[in-house]
Ligand binder design. Structure first.
Ligand code: C2E
Ligand code: MG
Ligand code: MG
Length: 627
């Protein structure tokens, strides 16, 4: 071991002290540097008075350091109460050697204040006051403001977000509604495109699709498929005489009966005014279609109670069967249609299948239609004239012009066969004008020759009656022919007249203003009332042949004819009985005071020359007339 000498030891102790002092000074300098440059305020108090503060502290409080040192601690609080309250909070913590952390407003010397985050810590916890307290003070005004601004921005953002979310939700709800609405509109349009508006039944288009499907599956399964076409007999009369509202209600009732009578698998469609088609669901064969048709015929023939009317319409039914009668929808439908026409021709209210005979007839109708176009220009139409007789004297008072078609191959064709065709094709207009012109020409010719057959009555079809220029056309023709309008009578059927009362009235007034006489034809078949007729400027009623046929045996008909004659007389109208064939009928009619008659008993319709030959020698109107 080596021992150091005493001087050496003394020197060593001195050096150590020097070193200690130096390091202490360095430490103090370091603390002072920290204190002077700290960006937070630092103060040191002892016995509740400021002993030392750093520049940041002075700056924050606006106290010069020299003025603040020695000041009591409460000067930095806004009031003595605050100071006391803070002391009560801080004191115990410091006494326990803990630091007191809190935020509080600090008063500046200029009277303002700022929010500070404060930490207080005792330098010597055993003597908190005397030992001195260090105060670290941070101005958090800016921080608070930033936090506040951030919070406001956040709140605003939240509100904005909520608003946007709500708007978005609203927009999407609207969009959903719109989409739903559009979808339902599209569904409606799709439904409308495939359904009949009046009855809600599938329309021709949808029927066509289903029929094509039925044909395909029948063919695939080696089975047959039937098409049942139903047309209502004389629906047009009901529609024309009772009005469209009743007609529509009737069609709806028919549709309802059909759907009631059929199963869910069957299709029933409405393809035209009064035409319905049934496709049996499980592709029926001819026998099943017959059974089904018979059932439908029975159901549909029951009376309908509609707005106070008890109506009867009977159906005529035509059936075609795939593959026998055709293997596509178009052919099957047209053949069912031809079969239905055949049913009508066979007396209506019956069921007919498509057959070769039907085909022959429908081809003939088609051919006839083509030929009718040329008939007017080729001069193939002729008028026959049938006398009308005053019953009391059996005197000849007028003639009715009745059109015939002198067909080059088929001979004489009656109006019942081609007038409906002409009405369907619009040919009725040129034909009707020709008839009137020809009747006027004949009237003038007879008068020039001194033969006076009374007035000539001309039949007008419903379609002619509905043309707005009717009165003008009639006037022109009468003027062109140079005849007295009072020698021309216009016959309009009751059902035509009952259609659209307002329009009928003005048309009749325009006709009557020309000076022509007006008769109501086929009276009794059109559901009109005599009191209704009183509004019309008519001169004559022609009681329909169906009421005369069974006279005098039929008590019902006798009552009807007697009532019509009596009421017509009271309205000042002349009455003509149509289709008088027997002396018994004549006696009955004479007995009830019927004015005139027309019928085979007196004379059939005949060519103009024959009429002249048979009646001219008897002289003027009023000559006795017998068949
Ligand atoms: P309508 O106007 O009621 O004419 C009377 C029909 O009864 C005529 O038939 C006539 O031949 C027939 N007839 C006359 N007396 C008797 C009889 O004693 N017994 C029977 N069983 N029948 C009798 P037609 O000539 O076949 O005319 C049928 C219908 O065709 C006419 O019925 C009329 O509605 C229509 N018609 C005739 N000519 C024309 C015309 O020029 N234009 C229009 N639009 N229709 C016409
Ligand atoms: Mg007539
Ligand atoms: Mg008639």
């Amino acid at each position: 071991m080596v021992y150091a000498p005493v001087e050496l030891l003394a020197k060593t102790g001195h050096d150590a002290r020097l070193r200690e002092e130096r390091s202490l000074r360095q430490l103090l300098l370091k603390y002072e540097a920290i204190l002077e440059n700290a960006s937070i305020g630092i103060a040191f108090t002892r016995d509740q008075r400021f002993e030392q503060v750093n520049p940041r502290f002075e700056q924050m409080l606006g106290w010069p350091r020299a003025a603040l040192v020695g000041q009591p601690g409460h000067v930095i609080w806004r009031s003595r109460q605050e100071h006391a309250a803070i002391g009560a909070f801080v004191g115990p913590l410091l006494a326990r050697g803990q630091s007191a952390d809190f935020e509080h407003e600090i008063a500046r010397r200029d009277g303002g204040s700022f929010l500070a985050r404060i930490r207080a810590k005792s330098a010597d916890p055993t003597h908190p006051t005397r030992g001195g307290t260090i105060w670290i003070v941070e101005d958090v005004t800016e921080e608070r403001r930033a936090v506040e601004a951030l919070r406001r921005a956040h709140d605003e953002l939240e509100i904005r977000l909520r608003e946007t979310t709500e708007a978005l939700a609203e927009a999407s709800a609207r969009l959903r509604d719109e989409i739903a609405e559009r979808e339902s509109a599209e569904r409606r349009i799709r439904h409308l495109a495939h359904h009949d508006v009046l009855t809600g039944l599938p329309n021709r288009r949808l029927l066509h699709k289903r029929l094509e499907q039925a044909v395909v599956s029948a063919r695939a399964g080696g089975r047959s498929a039937a098409v049942i076409l139903i047309d209502l007999d004389r629906f047009k009369t009901i529609n024309d005489s009772l009005g469209h509202a009743v007609g529509d209600a009737l069609l709806r009732a028919v549709a309802l009966r059909l759907t009631d009578a059929l199963g869910a698998a069957d299709t029933v469609a409405r393809i035209g005014g009064d035409e319905f088609v049934v496709l049996p669901g499980d592709a029926a064969d001819a026998d099943e279609a017959t059974a089904m048709s018979a059932r439908l015929l029975e159901r549909l023939s029951q009376p309908y109670e509609i707005t106070g009317y008890s109506l009867r319409v009977t159906p005529s039914i035509g059936i075609s069967v795939c593959p026998r009668d055709g293997e596509d929808a178009e052919t099957l439908l047209s053949r069912a249609d031809a079969a239905m026409y055949h049913a009508k021709a066979e007396g209506r209210q019956c069921v007919r299948f498509f057959t070769e005979k039907v085909e022959r007839v429908s081809t003939q109708v088609l051919q006839l239609e083509n030929e009718l176009h040329a008939a007017v220009s080729r001069g193939e139409l002729v008028l026959h004239y049938q006398p009308r007789v005053e019953l009391s004297r059996r005197g000849f008072v007028a003639v009715e012009a009745l059109v015939r078609w002198q067909h080059p191959r088929r001979g004489m064709i009656g109006p019942a066969e081609f007038i409906p065709l002409a009405e369907e094709t619009g040919l009725i207009h040129p034909i009707g004008e020709w008839v009137l012109r020809e009747a006027c020409r004949q009237q003038r010719l007879w008068r020039e020759r001194g033969f006076v057959p009374g007035s000539i009555a001309v039949n007008l079809s419903a379609q002619q009656f509905r043309t707005p220029e009717l009165a003008g056309t009639v006037r022109r023709i009468i003027e062109d022919a140079g005849v007295d309008p009072r020698t021309i009578e216009i016959e309009i059927t009751e059902s035509t007249l009952m259609h659209d009362g307002g329009h009928a009235l003005s048309t009749l007034q325009a006709l009557a203003a020309l000076g022509v006489r007006i008769s109501i034809d086929d009276f009794g078949t059109g559901y009109s009332s005599l009191s209704y007729l009183r509004r019309f400027p008519v001169h004559l009623l022609k009681i329909d042949r169906s009421f005369v046929r069974d006279l005098p045996a039929s008590a019902d008909d006798a009552t009807i004819v007697r009532a019509i004659s009596g009421l017509a007389a009271s309205l000042g109208l002349r009455v003509v009985a149509e289709g008088v064939e027997t002396e018994d009928q004549l006696h009955f009619l004479q007995g009830i005071g019927c004015d005139e008659g027309q019928g085979f008993l007196f004379a059939p319709p005949m060519p103009a020359a024959e009429l002249e030959r048979r009646f001219a020698h008897r002289g003027a109107v009023g000559e006795a007339c017998s068949g």
